[in-house]
Design a protein around this ligand. Structure first.
Ligand code: 2P0
Length: 350
């Protein structure tokens, strides 16, 4: 008799925004980075992926993935790597305990929903792979820690490993060739520094022009500035950033965040052919933040940009009025800002 029971589990995973940026792979197959990175996890209230993983002998024999209602190709090496690793862990459990249902052999049906635009520089792949990996781990009842799961999610998308934690998270690049030590760890929980806020300026919700995966490969191959960034700049920024977070030193946190963003976008420009992620509204946001800090007489706001024009502005809760108002009036006359204005969101941290 065939067991037609449907086993299922759901989870959500948050978006993370890097303050020390991941850009460059030393191993493209295993998604091993050329440098470590640090991120802040944003509230799941507005930005998150919700994923349900199910398996059943009654399902068609192929694994399937539906993202925002559209069927996705699961045959890619990255998704397959995640499925393979999770199935291997489940098989090991089943081998130890013969009373467990044989789930590893069953086809998977994954259903994911984002509550924000996909691929608009808002780290959708990070939340997506983190949620996919944790949903399947929950379905399989794996005893894995968040760091264990980060090792698997990293193979789906590098930045996904950081979305397995809330709060302040480091992705340690590691040294091993098999990637076993390239994992995410908590720098501090959100409760350590709960006054941190992020303002998201959605300058464009369109899909980005150059994907991160191909962009960073061209940077590694062509930019000499990149060498210095990976070897000298990022190690220095990692140390300063982890210390700033531990000491809740906003000025240092903010300065390193802005210099990191600038360093990353400088290596994009130094890539040949060059990669442009920032646009005129992005540059106006940078100038507005500089003006806000000059008016305050200290650094109360920090901008950062990923592989797209959208800005994330970090600030402390007490400075909301000094940051949001001036930013809005500085940008309100610009083309493209209409879209941004509607989308401003202040995020707490989970
Ligand atoms: C980051 N970004 O640290 C950096 C900053 C974009 C700029 O991680 O190829 O989508 O899937 O490992 O994780 C975007 O890269 O790249 C990214 P893959 P991913 O957040």
């Amino acid at each position: 008799m065939t067991d037609s029971k449907i086993y299922q589990a759901s989870t959500t995973a948050p978006v993370n925004i890097a303050v020390v940026k991941y850009w460059g792979k030393r191993d493209a197959k295993l998604n091993l980075p050329t440098n470590s990175s640090v991120s802040v996890t944003l509230s799941q209230k507005d930005l998150r992926t919700h994923t349900t993983a199910a398996c059943s002998a009654a399902f068609p024999s192929e694994d399937t993935l539906l993202l925002n209602g559209s069927p996705q190709d699961v045959s890619g090496a990255r998704t397959q790597a995640c499925f393979r690793e999770l199935r291997a862990l489940r098989s090991a459990l089943e081998a130890q305990d013969s009373s467990l249902p044989k789930l590893a052999a069953l086809p998977l049906r994954i259903v994911s929903e984002n509550n924000f635009p996909t691929a608009a520089g808002l780290a959708s792949s990070a939340a997506g792979f983190a949620a996919l990996v944790r949903a399947i781990a929950n379905l399989y009842e794996l005893p894995s820690s968040p760091t264990d799961l980060s090792r698997i999610a990293r193979q789906g998308s590098g930045s996904a490993c950081r979305s397995l934690f809330g709060g302040y998270v480091a992705w340690q690049m590691g040294n091993e060739v098999d990637g076993s030590d390239s994992v995410a760890v908590e720098v501090a929980p959100a409760s350590h520094w709960p006054t941190m806020r992020a303002l998201i300026l959605v300058v464009s919700a369109e899909k980005k022009g150059v994907s991160s995966t191909s962009g960073m490969q061209i940077t590694v191959a062509t930019s000499e500035l990149f060498q210095r960034r990976a070897e000298v700049v990022v190690p220095k920024h990692m140390e300063l950033m982890e210390k700033a977070i531990k000491e809740k030193d906003f000025e240092t946190f903010a300065k390193v965040t802005m210099m990191e963003s600038n360093s990353f976008h400088a290596t994009c420009l130094d890539t040949y052919p060059p990669i442009f992620y920032l646009n005129d509204v992005s540059r106006a946001a940078i100038r507005a933040v500089e003006d806000i800090n000059a008016a305050a007489g200290k650094t109360i706001a920090a901008y950062t940009f990923d592989a797209g024009p959208n800005a994330v502005i970090y600030f402390e809760e007490k400075d909301l009025d000094a940051v949001a108002g001036p930013l809005k009036s500085a940008l309100s006359g610009l083309d493209g800002w209409q879209a941004a204005e509607r989308e401003i969101k202040v995020q707490g941290l989970d």
